[in-house]
Design a protein around this ligand. Structure first.
Ligand SMILES: [Zn+2]
Length: 332
């Protein structure tokens, strides 16, 4: 229903557009039918989709093209449409994660058509908690310090999918980007965008706060691909360089699993550039075992073809230490 309403609004804008923009430079960029832009040609540049302006020769990225013209392709059968299909599918404005029925196997590839991003906070980056194991529950985002009321900005251009409250995240804005990555901005005190808004990189999407399950004002930022959380520091470099770690990044099991990281310690990041490298990295990943009732170190060691001393060394525990049910033991 939301889409229909949106579509009708857009359609009326397109019908009016030729009349209200006559005499302005914008007119030449659109055709009346469906409003699909005709002066941009879809091209491949460095194996990535880009758009070439036929008159000026200027090439813009898919993200820039989307921000400028993305919404104009609704409802037409133009080839540009398929390019932005993921702004239609699983496009639900009432769910934090609309991808619950989607299985994403690792390793999977994420792609970026730009090399840098904008910091979501204006103050100097101060990480107060990282992606990984934390005392009570795993932490699936990065916490950045801010003062309540500070601007929170979208790190990349995109379209706002979700604006709303969730018990854990508090006031939350979720932006979907052209590469199907979503960024989640949580614990906000206020919203500055609405669902379906097109946002430019760095646009203020809300104000920082302390809503939801939060102690002290900060921004909780998540990076998701089809609902799967990815370690934000695997993708975005928060060292001040504002760089994205690669135009093609392979996400292995370790870069989506909090257990492999500590919320209190910076993980060392080596971007996985190819599928082969990612598969090899996964094969070398540590394996874990969850302690069950009746388990002893001897049992666990035998089950995994290890000596008790090897298990102790892997987990930095002594042979005499008592195991707790549910405790996670490294077995490789
Ligand atoms: Zn957090």
């Amino acid at each position: 229903m939301m889409l229909d309403k949106h579509f009708t609004t857009l359609l009326s804008i397109f019908l009016l557009l030729p009349f209200i923009t006559i005499g302005q430079t914008q007119t030449s960029e659109f055709t009346a039918k469906g409003g699909a832009p005709t002066t941009y040609k879809k091209i491949k540049l460095d194996n990535k989709v880009a758009y070439l302006h036929s008159e000026t020769g200027k090439v813009i990225s898919k993200s820039e093209y989307f921000v400028k013209h993305g919404t104009h392709s609704h409802g037409s059968d133009h080839e540009h449409d398929q390019e932005f299909d993921h702004f239609k599918y699983y496009w639900e404005s009432d769910k934090v994660n609309p991808y619950k029925d989607v299985v994403v196997n690792t390793p999977f590839k994420i792609e970026f058509d730009q090399k840098t991003f904008t910091h979501p906070v204006d103050q100097e980056i101060e990480v107060t908690s990282r992606y990984g194991r934390r005392k009570r529950r795993p932490h699936r985002g990065i916490d950045l310090n801010l003062v309540t009321g500070d601007n929170v900005r979208t790190v990349l251009p995109g379209k706002v999918r979700f604006v709303g409250y969730s018990s854990g995240h508090g006031k939350t804005v979720i932006v979907r980007h052209v590469n199907e990555i979503e960024t989640v901005y949580a614990h906000l005190s206020d919203y500055k965008v609405k669902e379906n808004d097109i946002v430019a990189e760095g646009q203020v999407i809300g104000l920082g706060g302390n809503t939801g399950r939060s102690t002290g004002s900060h921004l909780h930022l998540e990076v998701r691909y089809k609902g799967v959380c990815i370690h934000p520091e695997y993708v975005f470099n928060f060292d001040g360089s504002r760089t994205i770690r690669g135009s093609e990044l392979w996400v292995s099991n370790a870069w989506k699993t909090p257990r492999f990281h500590s919320a209190y310690k910076k993980s060392e990041v080596t971007p996985l550039a190819t599928k082969e490298i990612a598969i090899a990295a996964e094969k070398a990943e540590p394996r874990f075992y969850k302690v069950r009732s009746g388990d002893t170190l001897g049992h666990i060691a035998m089950k995994h073809h290890l000596g008790v001393s090897e298990i102790c060394k892997l987990n930095r525990i002594s042979k005499k230490s008592t195991l707790k049910i549910g405790q996670i033991i490294k077995v490789r």
